[in-house]
Design a protein around this ligand. Structure first.
Ligand SMILES: [Zn+2]
Length: 445
């Protein structure tokens, strides 16, 4: 039980780690001809920067807002071009990257059939996660329709400038942070529920969690522990009203991916469970319901040898007051009064060690690239002065701050690579009910 707790030594990582080459799902998509898709100039020699998430066009933040428009609230726009429907169920499968779903579709025969048939209609088949590609950020964009620069949930944990300390925005929400002040944008549910019933179906423990209040407040909450029970609740909520919006959260795939990797039998098993659950939902939902399946981010497996404790390198934390974020999207906050020259030296040190494996950006570069969308003044200070975005299968830890158990995590996300940011948007057709007793007056052949 001790092996995992040992930090990687400077010697282990001296040449940027002995990375097992599993980058095929990550980086080959992103090196596009040398020119950054964002138009932002980076330090010499850095790989091209991927384009920003397609906020307002084909992002996770456009799903509930488009659904609300379909359901008749004209303060929203149906930018995803969803078809008309009186009831809509949005299923959010945590961690279901588009690439993973395609690669592993042998374990999802029902969804594979849906993908093969879903050729009509004008909605995009692929959406972009918000940035960073992590649950709190994407779910808040989903819940509000707002970009991260507006809703302010810019990482798993981030600096609260008011308290001068790093606060967690997921399970260990900081007692000094009011979710409604931290995330002030109205949610889609808050607006829509005045005219259309809105229901969230999720795990009971999320009923009143700060994260739920920040991102998804304003709906009726139905808690159910098993996936089977959640599907039943979702179908029942759809049936309960001739018009309605139902949001169904599915956590199990992400959990299996973190613990065992997406390249594991456990992940495959959870994909099979999701597949069976969606088939059941399609068979039990009202015939006029529109069922959409999407995700908050994808996932990349990071080998043990590429999980790096960067805090052992003094030059990588020189002048850094706080570290936060995901292991694949690190926020570095500098001491007040740090000069541009000192920031440049810090970035140069990161580039020298990890410049081929990660992008090293200033806050200003990330903002100019459009990664956070339009950034409010209050949110800007929550973003690191320097950002480290993993490009290959690598993850960065500050073991002075996080527990060594965090290095056990296999499947990871947070960065801007295609494997992490591309998620599916599947329209699951409601399957005709099995013929029971013939209806009165129905013709017999
Ligand atoms: Zn996750």
């Amino acid at each position: 039980m001790r092996a995992w707790a040992a930090p990687i030594t400077a010697a282990d990582a001296a040449d940027g780690t002995d990375t097992v080459d599993r980058t095929d799902t990550v980086s080959k998509y992103d090196a596009v001809g040398g020119a950054s898709a964002t138009g932002v100039a980076l330090s010499a020699g850095q790989p091209a920067l991927p384009a920003a998430p397609a906020y307002g066009k084909a992002s996770i933040g456009d799903v509930l807002s488009s659904a609300a428009a379909v359901l008749g609230d004209d303060s929203f726009e149906n930018v995803l071009n969803l078809p008309a429907a009186p009831r809509i169920c949005v299923v959010l499968a945590d961690g279901l990257g588009k690439a993973l779903l395609k690669q592993r579709s042998a374990h999802a025969p029902f969804l594979r059939g849906v993908m093969a048939q879903d050729n009509d209609g004008g909605h995009p088949r692929t959406l972009q996660a918000a940035f960073p590609s992590t649950t709190v950020t994407s779910l808040t964009s989903l819940g509000t329709g707002a970009v991260p620069g507006r809703h302010g949930m810019v990482g798993y944990d981030v600096l609260d400038p008011r308290q001068d300390r790093v606060v967690n925005l997921l399970g260990n929400w900081d007692a000094g942070v009011d979710p409604l002040q931290w995330q002030p944008c109205a949610t889609v549910f808050e607006k829509l529920s005045a005219s259309v019933p809105c229901t969230t179906v999720s795990l009971p423990r999320f009923a009143d969690s700060p994260m739920t209040r920040a991102a998804l407040r304003g709906s009726e909450f139905r808690g159910a522990t098993s996936t089977h029970a959640r599907v039943e609740e979702a179908a029942a909520a759809l049936a309960a009203s001739p018009r309605g919006l139902v949001y169904l959260y599915w956590s199990e795939l992400d959990k299996a991916g973190h613990a065992h990797g997406a390249d594991s039998a456990q992940w495959e098993h959870q994909l099979e469970e999701l597949d069976a659950g969606m088939k059941r939902l399609a068979a039990t939902a009202p015939a006029d319901a529109l069922i959409l399946l999407t995700a908050d981010h994808g996932m990349v497996d990071v080998p043990r040898s590429a999980r790096i404790d960067y805090s052992v390198f003094p030059e990588l934390v020189a002048g850094v007051r706080h570290t936060a974020g995901e292991p694949r999207m690190v926020h570095l906050y500098l001491e007040p009064g740090t000069t541009e020259e000192a920031r440049g030296e810090l970035m140069a040190a990161w580039l020298e060690r990890f410049g081929k494996k990660a992008w090293v950006l200033t806050r200003e570069q990330a903002v100019a690239a459009g990664y956070f969308g339009e950034v409010a003044h209050t949110v800007s200070a929550r973003i690191g002065d320097v950002l480290i975005l993993a490009r290959e299968s690598i993850a960065f830890y500050d073991l002075r701050r996080v527990r060594a158990q965090a290095m056990e995590v296999v499947g990871q996300h947070g960065s801007i690579t295609k494997a992490e940011r591309e998620v599916p948007l599947l329209r699951i057709p409601v399957t005709p009910k099995k013929a029971g007793a013939p209806r009165k007056g129905a013709k017999r052949r």
